[in-house]
Each structure stands twice: as structure tokens, then as C-alpha cells.
Design a protein around this ligand. Structure first.
Ligand SMILES: [Zn+2]
Length: 123
């Protein structure tokens, strides 16, 4: 992996509340939904988030038989198909005729690339 430097698009930090790795630019932690104060620019209102991908689906246990155990895994791949993230979201069990719903959404906001002076990228 190639972590982005602070200030660059994709730069991350740790949520002080839940310790999840989140975007440096996030004003609300998407995991625990706590508001975050530092790190986010207050003067620049953030652009509305796009949702270029949103998938909802559900599974229903089909019959009176043994319960199912399920595992929810999300993977992210780059444009070469290389896996760059893999996360176990949750596990559980579902009894006969029960239902579970799952929602996957990808939010995106325009991010300005910080213009760096000295110490920037060298060619
Ligand atoms: Zn959090």
C-alpha cells in the first residue's frame, strides 16, 4: 500500500472515538458517527457527497432447516484488480424464515490536491 501524505486526497487518520481508520477530511466518523473537530477545515464547507455506488440486498433463510451462519466481507480492488483492502464487517446466524438486509455504499467527495512547496514531489 502507498499511504497518502497528510493533506493529500486519501490521507487518513484514526478516529479518536472508535479507532477506525477514516479519511483525514471527514467531519463525522462514518463508523461511530461522532463529530470530529480537529483536522477538518472549518472555513471551507464540504461539497455534498456523491454516492457513486450503493447496493442493497437481503437474504432470507428459505426453509425449516438448520440455521445458517453468515460472514460479511467487503474487498476493495484497484483498476488492476489488486486487492487493496479486505474487511470483515460482521458475522451472525439466521434462523429458518428469518431475513437479514445488507447495504453497501461508497461515498465520494471532491478533494483538492494540496499544492506543496519545498519538500514536495520530486521528479
Ligand atoms: Zn469513530
Amino acid at each position: 500500500m502507498n499511504p497518502a501524505r497528510p493533506g493529500d486526497p486519501g490521507a487518513t487518520r484514526e478516529c479518536p472515538h472508535c479507532r477506525e481508520t477514516i479519511l483525514e477530511s471527514a467531519m463525522v466518523c462514518p463508523a461511530c458517527r461522532h463529530h470530529l473537530r480537529y483536522g477538518a477545515s472549518v472555513d471551507a464547507p464540504s461539497a455534498p457527497a456523491l454516492t457513486p455506488l450503493s447496493i442493497e440486498g437481503s437474504i432470507r433463510h428459505p426453509a425449516d432447516s438448520e440455521p445458517w451462519e453468515y460472514t460479511v466481507v467487503v474487498t476493495i480492488r484497484d483498476d488492476l484488480g489488486v486487492e487493496i483492502a479486505r474487511k470483515l464487517i460482521g458475522v451472525g446466524a439466521i434462523d429458518a424464515h428469518e431475513q437479514r438486509s445488507f447495504t453497501l455504499s461508497v461515498e465520494a467527495v471532491p478533494a483538492k490536491r494540496r499544492v506543496s512547496g519545498k519538500g514536495g514531489t520530486r521528479h
